[in-house]
Design a protein around this ligand. Structure first.
Ligand SMILES: Nc1nc2c(ncn2[C@@H]2O[C@H](COP(=O)(O)OP(=O)(O)O)[C@@H](O)[C@H]2O)c(=O)[nH]1
Ligand SMILES: [Mg+2]
Length: 1143
């Protein structure tokens, strides 16, 4: 279709990277558009010059030529005498701006941003109509061209990032200038005086200019309404001249290293918006702020404030107050909260607020005002309740510490690893016990140390608590002897930082309890303690070094973990380290620990209205039920007040009320241990014994009208244990028969809301739930080569390691996401380290390598579905990332796009495209743009990272060995035309012969990540198991790569090397062996009958089905695909197989 046939007087042509402007097409079609007023040609490639025809469109008033690789402009452009707006940013005029621009005398707006300009032609002075000029991001190191001063109609001049040090005097002729943008230049030696002469200025941008002072002459800018000064260094004080700019309505002083503000600022009587974020007002907010009575918006984010002074109460016009991220803020003056125009209060991160309590602030300004009203009207009670999170390895001595604290003497819990008959006091999930201290009450949250219980931690997570780490000297020494002391410090203590601080970066410094001092024999306890603390300090150093390597990246939340990021203070304060042994006489330690806890609890001290006590007592008195219905409380008390009280009780750890989760909001869990009892029905550190016990007492029951007998029960249990697939009949049994703590729906919600369960999934009228955590089996490697094409992304997590349960929850999230996305009947499979969802011809895999802190997401697909598969891959990854980063706020993920072309060739070192800023909001808003541009723009311009992609691409295509790789195989794309798909298909068939060559030339590294699989909680005695294999077996050769340090890893997939055994070699050398050497080795037909037809052709009457044969099918198909067979699957074929159906 000719362009002219669709173009009328107004036409936009944009993003036409695929339209080739042949001379004939352009002259024939475009030249006839004599009425054309606006032409959009941005994002095209006019490296060879702009087509002359553009100059014939004499009616043009607006011409867009952004990012067109232009180096010059044709003279003919001078005929565009009507042209008012010309957009030329992101072109390359290194050789100078084409003179023709100066001939466009009607120009009112000229955009020359990022054009590599060093100078401007004199001819520009003819642009007497020019009002707006963008010159940002050019290099005027040698000085701004004088010609700019001649453009006397200018109202707006943008000179951001121009490497300017000074400005010419001539600039002062711009008497019409209203807006001047000078951000990100270097005025270390002072702001040029010329600025003070621009007396018409209303807006002045001077952020990030390395300013330390401002000239007095600025006081002439009497019209100035907006002044941007953020990111300068006014350590010595804000220049007094600012106080003379009495027309100012907005003043931006973010990140100016301010400690105080001058009194003179009080003259700014028109000031409406004041930005003071990221300054240090530890000593108190300057009083002068309270005099700015016209203020409507005040931003005090991250100012290290400890209180909000009463003086702010004079800001009667204030509508918006941002005090977020003032982590030490404990008090907001009552009068400030009484400001009647105040509508928005942002206090995110101020978890230490005690007056009003944080729980009250969470309910908004009304609740705060009511709280103060209630206080002033009636009785008030001072309370001091604080949650204490106790973490540490299993058997570290956590529960013993809790008992000792509560009983006031050293008491040890009774544990037995081996004796089954013994009542084991191992903590399951978590337990909460209160502890009365001299001036406070602590709610001790004792966490179970075993891996299986980590998933339960999320239930008791608090934004603010007192962390207490328990480390056993015995374990520390044992690991130190076996490995080294650094590993020991990491395993006994450091890893626990992630559990608490990744999700709640704002928690204060942890207390440390060292137990089993009686186990330290040869060396003194003090030496051992010092050794441990040194190793912890070293671990912190290593982590911070790793952080600085990534310094280009946003560290965000991580920086807030102060005891880790601030190296001036030790990780554990010497006065908060306690040593315990089994000595029962030892009571002074307990006393000291109690005192230390009491001191820390003081921070939580607050005053509450007397009326609250009634609600608190009502809740604690309800001992008959496991869960209180919220409606019951709401009937008796005011709704608003009871919510605030419940939230307060939740924050202090005395109840659990998940008011953020809609389905759980109607319930108040005041018998906290019942929650963990519900969870431990599914996971238990002695799962095997538990199942056996259950079986012994099993009696048949009814579920949905059907009797579940023992055989069915056993089958369901086996399926659950092996595959993590939980039949809802079994879930029902566990939650109602085994323990009826909560109503069935509440229990299910409790598990589903925290991503312990995924489901229900329906299959053949049965309902199932999927629980990756429960599965004992791991993903086999066949997913790697599944499908014609593999599209793959890898997420690597840096910094503090994510706990393993984070990966399991992410798998459930993955299942949730894809279930919603696809309406196709899809099947799913879960394993303890991953999951696969099959949708029609493609399948999506999620696999995690916990030890390496890495996740792989892959879509295996056909060429036909290439674009939609990329889309699915990217969107799935993004949703998973959003989930992980919102829960584990301080984690630092980075994402790699793996080159699909390399994957196709089975290249062991595939090319990657690195995007360290994957989560950048720009990406999510421009969803439909090919990601290629975005990745490159971000990577190159912001972080100095260069994407490395498919190393074979350039080299091979230049040498002419390979045709150019179609870009959808290298870059993600969101849409593909039929031709492009065809192109990819042809290309792939051409290179299939290369596949084997490359993969045999670079054998995979022996311990390829994918061959390492983690088996939860089980120390698989792999060595001994394998040794019992046939001594002649080739598999025994592979043991040499087993790592001594990784005994808890099970290497499931072993590489099979060519045999060295003569008898085996002979088998392959005989003339009777048919050698297969063609790229496609042959066809493989898999017939899998899952359901057997009954005599009438329907499903067999006894409903028998071969559950699990799907897995065999996958394995068989995977194997043959690896051997380059074309595979075809048939399911449920009748006995009389029609030959045709197999063809
Ligand atoms: N010798 C000695 N044994 C201790 C000490 N603290 C705890 N234990 C024992 O270590 C085992 C584990 O203690 P427990 O408090 O249940 O550990 P948890 O798993 O961290 O809760 C129990 O058998 C305790 O009796 C200690 O300081 N010295
Ligand atoms: Mg315990």
């Amino acid at each position: 279709m000719g362009i002219s046939s669709v173009c009328s007087s107004y036409q936009v042509i944009t993003q036409c990277s695929h339209i080739y402007f042949s001379e004939t097409l352009v002259t024939k079609s475009l030249s006839s558009l004599t009425q054309l007023e606006e032409l959009q040609l941005s994002d095209n490639n006019f490296k060879e010059g702009l087509p002359e025809v553009v100059g014939t469109l004499t009616s043009l008033t607006e011409l867009h030529l952004i990012d067109c690789q232009l180096q010059d402009l044709p003279e003919s452009l001078s005929s565009l005498t009507q042209l008012e707006w010309l957009w030329l940013s992101n072109n390359n005029f290194k050789e100078g701006l084409p003179e023709v621009v100066g001939a466009l005398t009607s120009l009112a707006r000229l955009d020359l941003d990022s054009c590599q300009l060093h100078d401007l032609p004199e001819s520009l002075s003819s642009l007497t109509q020019l009002e707006w000029l963008w010159l940002s991001n050019n290099n005027f190191k040698e000085g701004l061209p004088e010609v700019v001063g001649a453009l006397t109609s200018l109202a707006r001049l943008d000179l951001d990032s121009c490497q300017l040090h000074d400005l010419p005097e001539s600039l002062s002729s711009l008497t019409q200038l209203k807006e001047l943008w000078l951000s990100r230049n270097n005025f270390k030696d002072g702001l040029p005086e010329a600025v003070g002469a621009l007396t018409s200025l209303t807006e002045l941008y001077l952020d990030s200019c390395q300013l330390q002072d401002l000239p007095e002459s600025l006081s002439s800018l009497t019209q100035l309404e907006r002044l941007y000064l953020s990111n300068n260094n006014f350590k010595e004080g804000l220049p007094e001249v600012v106080g003379t700019l009495t027309s100012l309505a907005r003043l931006d002083l973010d990140s100016c290293q301010l400690h105080d503000l001058p009194e003179s600022l009080s003259s700014l009587t028109q000031l409406k918006e004041l930005w003071l974020r990221y300054n240090n007002f530890k000593e108190g907010l300057p009083e002068v702020v309270g005099t700015l009575t016209s203020l409507t918006e005040l931003y005090l984010d991250s100012c290290q404030l400890q209180d909000l002074p009463e003086s702010l109460s004079k800001l009667s016009q204030l509508e918006m107050l941002d005090i977020s991220s003032n982590y030490e803020l404990t008090k907001i003056d009552e009068k400030v909260m009484a400001l009647n125009k105040l509508q928005t209060l942002n206090f995110y991160g101020c978890t230490k607020l005690i007056s009003p309590p944080y729980a009250v602030c969470q309910d908004g300004i009304d609740a705060i005002q009511e709280y103060f009203n209630a206080l002033s009207q009636g009785r008030e009670i001072e309370v001091c309740n604080a949650p204490v999170a106790i973490v540490g390895n299993s058997l570290a001595g956590k529960t013993s510490i809790v008992k000792s604290l509560r009983q006031g003497k050293r008491v040890l819990s009774k544990r037995s690893e081996s004796d089954v008959s013994f009542k084991d006091e191992a903590t399951k999930g978590f337990e909460v016990h209160d502890l009365k201290l001299p001036a406070s009450t602590a709610n001790l949250i004792d966490h179970g140390g075993q891996d299986v219980y980590h998933i339960a931690y999320q239930y008791a997570l608090k934004e603010n608590n007192i962390p207490l780490f328990v480390v056993s000297f015995k374990q520390f020494l044992e690991i130190s002897h076996k490995k080294e002391s650094q590993v020991a410090a990491k395993e006994t203590c450091w890893d626990w930082m992630s559990h608490l601080y990744l999700s709640c970066p704002l928690l204060g410094r942890p207390l440390l309890v060292l137990t089993h001092a009686d186990a330290v024999s040869n060396q003194s306890v003090e030496v051992c303690k010092d050794n441990f603390l040194e190793e912890i300090a070293r671990l912190r150093k290593i982590m911070l070094e790793e952080e600085s390597e990534f310094s280009g990246k946003k560290q965000g939340e991580f920086q807030k973990i102060l005891h880790l990021s601030n190296t001036e203070a030790p990780v554990f304060h010497p006065e908060e380290v306690f040593i315990f042994s089994d000595d029962q006489e030892e009571t002074s330690n307990i006393r000291n620990l109690k005192l230390a806890l009491d001191r820390r609890c003081q921070v939580f001290k607050t005053v509450i209205p007397g009326a609250w006590n009634e609600i608190t007592e009502f809740v604690t008195d309800q001992t008959d039920e496991s869960v209180i219905k919220l409606s019951l409380i709401e009937e008796k008390f005011s709704i608003k007040e009871s919510h605030t009280v419940l939230r307060y009780m939740h924050n202090t750890g005395s109840i659990l009320w998940y008011n953020q989760i809609n389905s759980l909001q109607p319930y108040v869990f005041h018998q906290i241990h019942h929650i963990t009892e519900t969870i431990t029905l599914l996971f238990h550190h002695r799962a095997e014994e538990k199942w056996k016990e259950r079986l012994a007492t099993f009696t048949p029951y009814l579920y949905q009208g059907r009797v579940v007998n023992k055989a069915k029960y056993e089958e369901m249990v086996e399926e659950f244990k092996h595959d993590g697939i939980l039949d809802s009949a079994l879930l029902y049994y566990l939650l109602t028969k085994e323990s009826a703590k909560f109503p069935w729906e509440v229990s299910v919600e409790l598990l589903k809301s925290f991503k312990v369960l995924h489901g229900p999934v329906h299959k053949h009228s049965n309902e199932y739930y999927l629980i990756p955590f429960a599965s004992q089996s791991s993903m086999d490697g066949s997913w790697e080569t599944d499908g014609d094409l593999q599209l793959r992304l890898e997420i690597q997590f840096g910094g503090l390691p994510l706990p393993i349960y984070a990966f399991h929850l992410a798998i459930v999230k993955f299942l949730d996401v894809l279930k919603e996305e696809t309406s196709l009947p899809s099947t799913m499979m879960v394993r303890n380290n991953g999951s696969t969802i099959y949708h029609g011809e493609s399948s999506t895999h999620f696999v995690h390598f916990f030890k390496e802190q890495r996740v792989t997401v892959q879509v295996s697909t056909s060429t036909q579905l290439l674009a939609s598969s990329w889309k699915r891959l990217i969107e799935t990854t993004q949703l998973i990332l959003q989930y992980i980063t919102s829960t584990w706020k301080a984690c630092r993920p980075s994402v790699k796009v793996i080159c699909s072309h390399c994957l196709y060739l089975r290249d062991p070192q595939p090319g990657t495209l690195v995007d360290p800023y994957w989560l950048c909001p720009v990406f999510s808003t421009v969803a439909d743009r090919p990601m290629k541009c975005q990745l490159q723009v971000h990577v190159e311009s912001f972080f100095g990272f260069k994407p490395t992609f498919c190393s074979k691409r350039e080299a091979k295509s230049e040498a002419g060995v390979m045709p150019t790789i179609p870009s959808p195989l290298v870059y993600p794309c969101y849409s593909l035309s039929g031709d492009e798909t065809q192109n990819v298909t042809e290309y792939l068939s051409k290179i299939i012969s290369q596949r084997c060559a490359i993969s045999s030339a670079h054998p995979r590294p022996q311990v390829a990540s994918s061959s390492v699989q983690y088996v939860r909680g089980e120390r698989v005695q792999l060595q001994s198991q394998l040794k019992t294999e046939d001594g002649d077996s080739d598999l025994s050769d592979s043991l040499d790569y087993l790592d001594e340090h990784q005994t808890e890893l099970a290497i499931i997939r072993l590489r099979v090397k060519p045999s060295k055994k003569a008898w085996a070699k002979k088998l392959f050398d005989s003339s009777s062996v048919y050698k297969m050497t063609t790229p496609v080795r042959g066809r493989c037909l898999v017939i899998n009958n899952i359901h057997f037809a009954g005599p009438d052709g329907g499903v067999d009457s006894d409903g028998s089905e071969r559950v699990g044969s799907q897995t065999d099918q996958k394995n068989v198909v995977g194997l043959f695909k690896n051997l380059s067979f074309v595979t075809k699957i048939h399911e449920d074929l009748p006995a009389q197989v029609n030959r045709q159906s197999c063809d």
